[in-house]
Design a protein around this ligand. Structure first.
Ligand SMILES: *[C@@H]1O[C@H](CO)[C@@H](O)[C@H](O)[C@H]1NC(C)=O
Ligand SMILES: *[C@@H]1O[C@H](CO)[C@@H](O)[C@H](O)[C@H]1NC(C)=O
Length: 324
């Protein structure tokens, strides 16, 4: 009897620690987070009109909605797409300038483009849009969910969603791909290949490829079967340009990918993640999730999404989500 009780207790205990706290405006969707070099202010950018921008002096908030990065939309024109409906920003700092990669796309199609904008301050309206970075069209991939990294002094963009999943391409300059050709870095052979939102992060001797698997959904009237909803996976590699494997040693080109964060407590369907190297806390995983209470009340879709974060512990060689 005691053994049965104990087993039940373990089964009910959450597999993941509580998310970090948030006050103020905690809405987000596909967040990108970075601390401004000049004053340490945290910026959180989200999918939404002109790229929604929120700022705070702490990860915990209070967060304030300060406006749109590109209030007049992108210079990119795509058939049937509102140029101010900008997705999946990715922001980094390099040589005194902030670079924002972003997406225009027609939902569920390969009519998509990745663009780039630059700013010295990240303030709303301070961004100069440079338009398309020039990833060649290919039926193998969808040009969405960009993520920038530098490996051995060379710059790369990770991108992709569904179809043949995640790709990487070298950049000729921060603004252009040039003649470089994308190569595949992760693929899930199952169903319709539900893998997106790559985020490559260098730590110790490895490059860690974080991605979102499962159904992002808008979570309103219908919900995915339990376990099929968004969650965060990771693979690692020593080169950063290929050879990604999961914790079991399975190649991430062959459906591998260790789950490090999935639905728990009030956190339903976490994903759209990234990793911030916090000045004080070190590596922090940030993500959007759908509060279980909103889901249980019937759902509001994307407007109900919230921002979550947890410190990451890499001491085993694999990232583990830590309690705050
Ligand atoms: C947006 O467009 C308006 C009208 O053309 C212009 O006055 C304004 O400066 C533009 N804002 C930015 C940030 O480019
Ligand atoms: C691959 O896809 C299947 C079906 O959606 C899913 O059950 C599995 O968790 C996925 N694995 C990875 C690593 O994405």
């Amino acid at each position: 009897m005691l053994a049965i009780f104990f087993t039940l207790f373990i089964a009910l205990a959450s597999a993941y620690p509580a998310r970090g706290p948030c006050t103020g405006d905690c809405w987000t969707h596909d967040p990108a987070m970075i601390q401004r070099v000049s004053d340490g202010t945290y910026f959180r950018f989200s999918t939404g009109t002109g790229v929604n921008t929120m700022t705070s002096s702490s990860l915990k908030g209070p967060w304030t909605d300060v406006g749109s990065a590109l209030p007049n939309g992108s210079v990119i024109t795509l058939d049937g797409v509102d140029s101010s409906n900008i997705w999946a920003p990715d922001v980094h700092y390099q040589g005194g300038t902030y670079y924002m990669y972003y997406v225009l796309s027609k939902l569920g199609t390969q009519t998509s483009q990745i663009g780039v904008a630059t700013s010295k301050t990240m303030e709303p309206g301070s961004w100069t849009d440079h338009g398309i970075i020039g990833i060649p069209a290919n039926s193998a991939y969808n040009r969405i969910d960009p993520n920038w990294i530098t490996i051995g002094g060379k710059q790369y963009i990770q991108f992709g969603s569904y179809w043949q999943d995640l790709y990487q391409v070298a950049l000729e300059s921060p603004l252009q791909v040039g003649s470089n050709t994308p190569h595949q870095i992760a693929y899930n052979a199952s169903l319709n290949h539900r893998v997106e939102a790559a985020f490559l992060y260098e730590h110790g001797s490895y490059y860690y490829l974080f991605f979102s698997g499962g159904i992002a959904g808008s979570y309103t009237a219908t919900y995915p079967a339990q376990g099929e909803e968004y969650r965060v996976h990771v693979c690692r590699s020593t080169s950063g340009t290929g050879g990604f494997v999961d914790e079991a040693g399975t190649s991430c080109l062959e459906s591998g990918g260790t789950i490090i964060l999935a639905s728990h407590d009030q956190v339903y369907a976490p994903g759209g993640q990234g990793v911030l190297t916090d000045k004080d806390l070190g590596p922090v995983l940030y993500y959007h999730y759908y509060p279980l209470s909103v889901k249980e009340a019937g759902g509001t879709g994307v407007s109900g999404y919230k921002y979550g974060w947890n410190e990451l512990d890499f001491s085993t060689g694999w990232p583990v989500v830590k309690a705050v």
